[in-house]
Design a protein around this ligand. Structure first.
Ligand SMILES: NC(=O)c1ccc[n+]([C@@H]2O[C@H](COP(=O)([O-])OP(=O)(O)OC[C@H]3O[C@@H](n4cnc5c(N)ncnc54)[C@H](O)[C@@H]3O)[C@@H](O)[C@H]2O)c1
Length: 270
């Protein structure tokens, strides 16, 4: 997608951090925006910052009916959606041994089902529209490394993004995964939006770091806008130099996988 003027973008998690930056980047490119967030007040502030052709909608991405209502609102207001950013996400800093079932349910409900709800509610309408479009799913550098239960949810998003991109290849709708490293945001205070029946913790020791470290989210959003033009499948931003030894980890994984595949090959299988 090269020409963004007057096109319509829906950004989930648009009330804060990377989502807010995406909204402002798209608005600066002349797009009309739908700022969707579970925190309506923040979404309303961002829609006001973005300009007159923006609306704020309260949504819980983990709830399919709520996402359907979001799509209804977007199409009612603007008649089309061209860019969908499935960006809302939450973080649980735990490994398998420490995680309780509610950690998994909340994490996968928002991160994975939220992305799936976005695709299932918007893709058929975007396809029916017939115009060029793009879906951006926010994964994470954590998808590529051993990063506890959060990383597994982001790996699921990366995997479904690859499958979606393969399925839509050659169609007017492009697909990208955004894989941020460290970007300034409120993600470490994600617990603020955790429902009480999902095992909400009253104290979160990581919250004090909210908004302090990482790349300016505006630079992350600029990379996404560039990717809409180039069609890049993977968009990295804010990777601290030397912080992730991905080459070693992935070379080992690939080598072990290839050896294991070779060991599983059955010659002359009918
Ligand atoms: N900041 C980073 O360093 C970083 C790194 C890798 C990936 N990410 C991913 O980037 C995305 C954006 O996060 P961020 O860093 O800007 O954090 P953030 O907390 O600043 O923004 C996340 C937004 O999602 C909203 N949200 C949470 N639960 C929701 C729900 N159920 N329904 C709708 N909205 C909901 C929050 O209200 C918030 O506005 C997330 O998917 C996160 O996992 C962030």
């Amino acid at each position: 997608m090269d020409d963004l003027e007057n096109r319509v973008a829906v950004v989930t998690g648009g009330g804060s951090g990377i989502g807010r930056a995406l909204v402002l980047e798209f608005a600066a490119a002349g797009m009309r925006t739908v700022v969707a967030d579970i925190e309506l007040e923040k979404a309303t502030e961002v829609a006001a910052e973005a300009g007159v052709d923006s609306i704020a909608v309260e949504v819980d991405v983990s709830d399919h009916a709520s996402m359907t209502a979001l799509a209804d609102s977007a199409y009612e207001r603007f008649g089309a959606v061209h860019v969908l950013c499935n960006n809302a996400g939450v973080l649980v800093f735990k490994g398998f041994a420490d995680a309780i079932i509610e950690d998994w349910q909340w994490l996968y409900g928002v991160n994975v089902m939220g992305t799936i709800n976005g695709v299932t509610t918007f893709l058929p309408r975007m396809q029916a529209n017939g115009e060029p479009g793009h879906i951006v799913n926010t994964s994470s550098i954590a998808a590529l490394g051993a990063t506890g239960i959060y990383g597994t949810s982001k790996a699921a998003i990366l995997s479904l993004t690859d499958a979606l991109a393969d399925e839509l290849a050659g169609s007017p709708i492009g697909v990208s995964a955004l894989l941020p490293g460290m970007v300034k945001s409120q993600i470490v205070a994600a617990e603020r939006n955790r429902p009480s029946d999902m095992g909400r913790r009253t104290e979160d020791p990581t919250q004090e770091f909210a908004g302090l470290v990482g790349l300016d989210p505006a630079l992350c959003a600029r990379r996404v806008r560039e990717a809409l033009g180039t069609g890049e499948r993977y968009v990295f931003a804010g990777i601290p130099e030397g912080a992730f030894d991905l080459e070693t980890a992935h070379t080992r994984r690939f080598t072990e996988l290839m050896a294991a595949i070779d060991a599983g090959v059955v010659p002359d299988q009918p």
